[in-house]
Structure formats: structure tokens, C-alpha cells
Design a protein around this ligand. Structure first.
Ligand code: CU
Ligand code: CU
Length: 289
């Protein structure tokens, strides 16, 4: 059945509660921490050897689409009415946004140790112990805007700069790809000396705390962020109907530095063995409102 993912700012009070309750139920069974672990296990970067599937690679979008679908199905086994909402960070861009309310994801971390103290995922609530992490501390942490080294959420212009890219991805298909929608939206700085992070990466940095690294799934806002990233991918395809929907079409050849390091269109994505191609069109599974 095709379900609808909504903008989080349009959720009713009861929809927010159902989403939060389903997330907490998935956490109670231990399943949530398996999602965290999977993301940590697939946090392979350019500097690491071997295949990159989830990040710094063309399959960044299809891998996270499959990951979100699996999570959404876990939520729906708890409550079939729940879908993953999306957070349009070009619009809801302040710590005062309803997203961060005590009735939804809770607010910023406190200054001393970045611990989130409001909402259902606050440590004191007792339902959200961080177990799979790359940092110390078993409480959820946030540090909005990173005041010691301030960063803003990406705006409409920055997102538009990625959306107007005419090709999906470009050689060398990693964090240094100088052109292509994938790297512009994933958001790695490609010019020497540029320490700015763009779009998707900048949102992780703005939330900060657990959202910073491999363990970012520990913050439930991860899913709302990636649902919007997924929506942007969907919009990019609508805007560029004649562009190849995914590149590379075939695996890099002998002598290519990216051989066996990135997935081509008809290869399968671990850990699911889902073909990249199977994730190109979401419309038979879900739609965006
Ligand atoms: Cu990720
Ligand atoms: Cu991400």
C-alpha cells in the first residue's frame, strides 16, 4: 500500500504522539539499536579501503532510501498509521521550531554536557538510553548551531544550487566529485581549503551532538532529516527527467581508482542485497505530501 510522508510541521498532536510512541516501542525491543549499529558499520569514507555504499558514494541516496524504508516498516508493525515525517530545514530553521517541542523530538542539549533534557528522548524520561555509539555518554546530546564554531542550517539558495545540477553524480564518485547532484546535496567541501559543509552534512553539524558522526541514528531527527533528503532526490529526478537517474551505469573499469569502491546501477546494496535500481522510484511505496 502506498502511504504518505508528511511535512513534520503539519502533524497533528496525535500524529506526533503516535510517531514518538512507535519509535519508543522499536527502541524497547532492541531493534532501534540495530539500526544505529548498521549505520555505524556502513560509515565507510574515502580514506577507508573497500566498498563505500552509504556515504561519499553514488549510492548515498538509494542506500538511505532503503534504510528509511526498513525503519518505517518497523514503525508500522507497531502502528500501521505511522510514517516517517520530513523536516524541511530550509523553512524550520530555529531552535524554537515545533519540531523541537517537548511533545515531539525535545529540544537542544544543555550547555554543560549537551544533554537533551526535554521531550520523550531526554535521559530523565528513562526510555532513551544510547547504547550503540562512537562517543561516551548514554544520554542523547545536541548542540544546536554549535556556538563555539557557529554554523547555520542550509538555506533555499544552497539547496537550489544542488537541485540545478544537471547530472546525478560525477567522477571520481567520492567526496571530491566536483559536479553532480549527489555530492552537492550530500555536502562535502570539494575545493582545497574550503572547510564549509553543505546541505545534508551541514544539517548534521547544526544539530551536532550525536548527529555529528557515525552514530547519528541515535538522534531520532536523523530519520526526519533523511526523509527530506530523500524528498529532494525525488524532486531532482522530476526536475531533470532526461538525466540518467543514477551514475555510474556500469562498474568502473580496470585501472580506475573507484573500481570495487562504488556501486553501479545494477549492483546490489549490502546489507539487504537490494539492487540500486530497485530504489530509484519510490512512488509504488510511498508519496510525499
Ligand atoms: Cu548516513
Ligand atoms: Cu545523514
Amino acid at each position: 500500500m502506498v502511504h504518505t510522508r508528511q511535512n513534520q510541521s503539519t502533524l497533528s498532536k496525535s500524529q506526533k504522539k503516535r510517531f514518538v510512541d512507535a519509535v519508543l516501542a522499536v527502541k524497547r525491543t532492541g531493534r532501534y539499536d540495530e539500526f544505529v549499529r548498521t549505520h555505524i558499520d556502513f560509515y565507510t569514507g574515502d580514506g577507508d579501503g573497500g566498498l563505500r555504499v552509504a556515504h561519499m558514494a553514488p549510492s548515498f541516496f538509494p542506500w538511505h532510501r532503503a534504510f528509511l524504508l526498513e525503519f518505517e516498516r518497523a514503525l508500522q508493525r507497531v502502528d500501521p498509521s505511522v510514517t516517517v515525517p520530513y523536516w524541511d530545514w530550509t523553512v524550520d530553521r530555529t531552535p524554537g521550531a515545533s519540531l523541537w517541542g517537548a511533545d515531539f523530538l525535545g529540544g537542544n542539549g544543555r550547555r554543560s554536557d549537551r544533554r537533551v533534557t526535554t521531550g520523550p528522548f531526554a535521559a530523565a524520561h528513562g526510555a532513551w538510553t544510547v547504547k550503540e555509539a562512537v562517543t561516551d555518554g548514554d544520554f542523547l546530546m545536541r548542540d544546536f548551531g554549535r556556538p563555539q564554531d557557529p554554523v547555520q542550517l542550509p538555506g533555499k539558495d544552497e539547496l537550489a544550487a544542488a537541485m540545478q545540477e544537471p547530472v546525478y553524480d560525477a567522477a571520481p564518485y567520492n567526496s571530491l566529485a566536483p559536479a553532480g547532484f549527489r555530492n552537492k546535496l550530500e555536502g562535502w567541501p570539494v575545493r582545497r581549503g574550503d572547510r564549509t559543509w553543505y546541505n545534508h552534512n551541514r544539517v548534521h553539524r547544526w544539530v551536532s551532538g550525536h548527529m555529528l558522526g557515525a552514530g547519528s541514528v541515535n538522534d531520532p531527527v536523523f530519520w526526519l532529516h533523511h526523509a527530506f533528503v530523500d524528498l529532494c532526490w525525488s524532486r531532482w529526478r522530476e526536475r531533470h527527467p532526461d538525466a540518467a537517474p543514477y551514475l555510474p551505469a556500469t562498474p568502473p573499469g580496470i585501472g580506475d581508482s573507484q573500481r570495487h569502491r562504488v556501486l553501479a546501477l545494477d549492483e546490489t546494496m549490502p546489507p539487504w542485497d537490494t539492487p540500486v535500481r530497485a530504489m530509484l522510484d519510490h512512488r509504488s511505496l510511498y508519496r510525499y505530501a
